[in-house]
Design a protein around this ligand. Sequence first.
Ligand SMILES: [Zn+2]
Length: 226
Amino acid sequence: MAASGLCGSDFMLCQSGKSPLRNQKTFRPKKNAPSGSKGAQLQAHIDATLGSGNLREAVRLPPGEDINEWLAVNTVDFFNQVNILYGTLSEFCTPSNCPTMTAGPKYEYRWADGVTIKKPIEVSAPKYVEYLMDWIESQLDDERIFPQRLGAPFPPNFQDVVKTIFKRLFRVYAHIYHSHFQKIVSLKEEAHLNTCFKHFVLFTWEFRLIDKGELAPLHDLVESIL
Ligand SMILES: [Zn+2]
């Protein structure tokens, strides 16, 4: 697949696992697409459409495909992208630099998973992201939620879980934009960040995965994308 033009290189950059980012150190291993060969096939479709440079086209459900399969493969892909992006910042996003998980002066997130931590706790941004990514990883690894076997049914609450995952991934983007954008610029990664975020926003919009209120910390950026 050939990327052409200025944007092409950014779109290429955004494919998880192929990012030539200077500082590519993920703080956890890359996840593979779920559902075996079907997942691999859908992943190939994502890579091909991203390579064509048309993000609006890339987010659409391919004709004849199952919506849940499509959501599952993309959820893993976006998790991997955020993992790589945040990984490049891990030496800068420290408990002393970021004692709380904020997204600008008006928004602060407190962590609760509703299971082991019911009452929201105030933690540093890196701790929050660690909780958040651990939680997502535990969902992706749970075969009752993300079946690995071809044709295995998705649970009735599957799309609710996916929505919660996207809501939480958005918070990492919001923190990166508000607290670490200058660092991203100095690492020359802003085009990559912007492309990944644009892809993320278009996907969540296409499938109505995040309530508008949740997007408030990056309202202007989201509006300009949509
Ligand atoms: Zn930070």
